[in-house]
Design a protein around this ligand. Sequence first.
Ligand SMILES: *Cc1c(COP(=O)(O)O)cnc(C)c1O
Length: 408
Amino acid sequence: MKPLGPIPPGFPAVNGILSVGGRPVTEWVEQAGDTPLFLYSADLIRARVAQLRDAMPERLALHYAVKANPFDPVLKLFAELVDGFDIASGGELAVVQRAGIDASRVSFAGPGKRDRELEAAIAAGVTLNCESEAEVRRALGIGDVLGCTPRLAIRVNPSFDLKGSGMKMGGGAKPFGLDADRVPALAREIVGAGAEWRGFHIFAGSQALDAEAIAETQEQALELAAQLARQTGASLPHCNLGGGMGIPYFPGDKPVDLALVGERLGQRFAALPDELHETGFCIELGRYLVGEAGVYVTRIVDRKVSHGEVFLVTDGGLHHQLAASGNFGTVVRRNYPVAIATRYDAAVEEEASVVGCLCTPLDRLADKAGFPRADVDDLVAVFCAGAYGASASPAAFLGQGAAAEVLV
Ligand SMILES: *Cc1c(COP(=O)(O)O)cnc(C)c1O
């Protein structure tokens, strides 16, 4: 039997059934009228933000990375909870605007921004985290044409990466940001052109669980920001220190020691060099804020045995849960936390694989794991589904279409 990932806290059994937001999943499914279904718990999102605010220095602002979960009710909830929003496309700009989020709270990173995306962002007053000299010059030109002052920051490609991170976004040759040695000249160009100078964006990686590594990366980012500010010769209004905090998905994963990260950052903030005295700092997080608050619920359509192995065939799959199937940037497939939601507190009785309804061997939500005996019409829950589930899976594949989403 292969182990399953750890079920996040906050998901109790009520009368043997998984409960989300105070109600059994069977009721949410009935209300939605169909499976598969994403459920996002507002209480768990609120609790996570509160935890983070508690642990981090007060001076540190908190941004939400929209790409993790751009569902409108989730964005509206975050509008009350966080200080800023980070977007990565013109499409995400439209989504945050539709949610009523003020553009002054939004920053826009991402390589390959098209002119019309720059135009929309500059016209709205969004801060651009510019990824190259060419992008800065296009933004300045567009600002002139529109008669608006662009708000420009530079995304720095740091020479360090976040150790142990699932996605490395810095260190060496990267399509993201500008190599640090070219940053001061470009910053002076921005200031000289009369744009609103918004400082640096230093993002070194994501999905790290090692608090020590996160703290070290933040310290390196602060040192780099101070050095670049000194070389630029202009005061640094703002610095985005990146993110990086991951969540436990797999067997043996342990949550980030937030207290350690907060304490170390607090020490650094207490002893900032002169260049950074007036600087506003933020971190930007996606999955850490919303990932564990989401559950994907799918129904067993068939129960099959092949060569002695049990397959629970569901009406969901990798078209909504690409990462849980092991096909989104993982090298070795491991099991996410998965449970039979309708036999949630029953003992393990058999080894079974939970598969999706797609005609591909890649479509596996749990591989040879231990479950209570489940049958047709039982519901399966895939946890850690709040981030990069609906937003990062190929919903159109095989004509399946998107799953319903509900904030509860
Ligand atoms: C993806 C991304 C994030 C969010 O990453 P998480 O792992 O979801 O926290 C933040 N900032 C940038 C620049 C990103 O590309």
